[in-house]
Design a protein around this ligand. Structure first.
Ligand code: GDP
Ligand code: MN
Length: 368
């Protein structure tokens, strides 16, 4: 799970890394009001989960509330690499003397965390790794040992910063590594870490937490208002909607329809561990797609529970005024419960994917 910058900064602040004064705005009016209350020059920062906002024009500066209002109108609704800007972080504009880069991530080749750092931080860090790799310091702490402050200071020394900064910079590197560990992160990054008259401050925050450990961080998930990934939905030119849990199974379902002489109208992958809500959402998506005559729902229950699937289907069929032709392949976890529910509701199903696909094609042909 990726954190929005403003949430990443809340965590940094909690862990005693300095950040700039800033507030979240949900509209140009709020941006204006916040700027007026702060009574200083500000930076308007688009809150999206992709990087490179600066280069994409997602960061603007304003010296007055009116300017903040005008510029935030340009930012709200802007698309950055497929994400729409819905919130702005309004931050005091810092007087930057220097920009550093520090990052902790997983080095998959070495099977260890790696700390990367450079005294040339800012927006062009990706290019720096190519043009001047010697300016990018890499250090692999021993994952079986405690990461000690002197190791962090050693990294700071290699960054060739002035002597008086080594200890302060080392402390922040040490804290960042501890954040990485404590929050089960896959990436914890500050770029730029800025030097101002007030000292070293995190002007940006990138934090990504391993999805498999989110159960340990429920409060963070809530704070970040994490939205589940959208379903993978592809519209095709046939008339049988194919829905499956998992991309491979969905593709196989499409093959089965084709083998039996039918034509898929959709590829819709509801993913593993689908809840009743997901099933309902998926069914409603294909019901809204006009060419669909028959729905072939292909579920192999693993983490997804067959009874949840059955409940979702029944709920949608009860609510829609449309006549729905649906064939379900339902097997796996809790299949007995699920099949019983479908039987009672009079909804055709089969435990064999081949047979269910064949039935879906037959129903479709009978409608022609
Ligand atoms: P990113 O492009 O998504 O990584 O967004 P950043 O938050 O890193 O901002 C991009 C760039 O905007 C930074 O590298 C800074 O050069 C500049 N910037 C951000 N905040 C401030 C600020 O408070 N004052 C000044 N002068 N520049 C800033
Ligand atoms: Mn940045």
């Amino acid at each position: 799970m990726k954190f929005f910058e403003y949430n990443g900064k809340k965590i940094f602040e909690k862990e005693k890394i300095a950040i700039l004064e800033g507030y979240l705005a949900n509209s140009p009016e709020e941006a204006k009001e916040i700027t007026s209350k702060m009574d200083k020059s500000v930076v308007l920062k688009s809150q999206v989960l992709v990087g490179g906002r600066g280069k994409a024009g997602g960061i603007k500066f304003a010296d007055t509330p009116d300017e903040a209002f005008k510029k935030s109108i340009e930012l709200f609704g802007m698309e950055i690499k497929g994400e729409t800007v819905e919130h702005l972080l309004i931050e005091e504009k810092a007087d930057i003397k220097n920009e550093f880069f520090i990052s902790v991530t997983v080095d998959r080749n070495n099977k260890k965390p790696v700390i990367m750092a450079s005294s040339e931080g800012g927006v062009d860090i990706e290019n720096l790794a190519i043009s001047s790799p010697e300016k990018l310091i890499k250090y692999h702490p021993n994952p079986l040992d405690e990461f000690l402050p002197y190791e962090a200071r050693e990294i700071a020394r290699k960054m060739q910063v002035p002597n008086e900064l080594i200890s302060k910079l080392g402390t922040i590197i040490w804290k960042l590594f501890n954040i990485f560990n404590k929050y089960d992160a896959t990436t914890a990054e500050i770029n730029p870490l800025i030097l101002t008259d007030e000292g070293l401050i995190a002007a940006d925050a990138k934090l990504e937490v391993e999805n498999d450990s989110l159960f340990r961080h429920k409060d963070l998930v809530k704070m970040n208002n994490y939205k589940e990934k959208e379903l993978d939905f592809v519209k095709l030119d046939g008339n049988i909607a194919v829905i499956g849990n998992g991309a491979g199974l969905t593709l196989t379902g499409m093959d089965m329809i084709k083998l039996n002489g039918g034509k898929p109208a959709t590829f819709l992958d509801i993913g593993g561990g689908s809840s009743q809500d997901t099933i309902e959402k998926a069914l409603n998506m294909v019901l809204d797609y006009e060419p669909v005559k028959v729905i072939f729902l292909n579920v192999l229950g693993g983490i997804t529970r067959a009874d949840d699937v059955a409940k979702g289907v029944i709920d949608v069929l009860n609510k829609t005024p449309k006549k729905v032709n649906i064939v379900i392949r339902l097997t796996g976890t809790n299949e007995k419960e699920g099949q019983e529910l479908l039987e009672k509701a009079g909804i055709p199903f089969d435990i064999s994917m081949e047979k269910a696909a064949k039935k879906a094609v037959e129903i479709c042909k009978s409608l022609e």
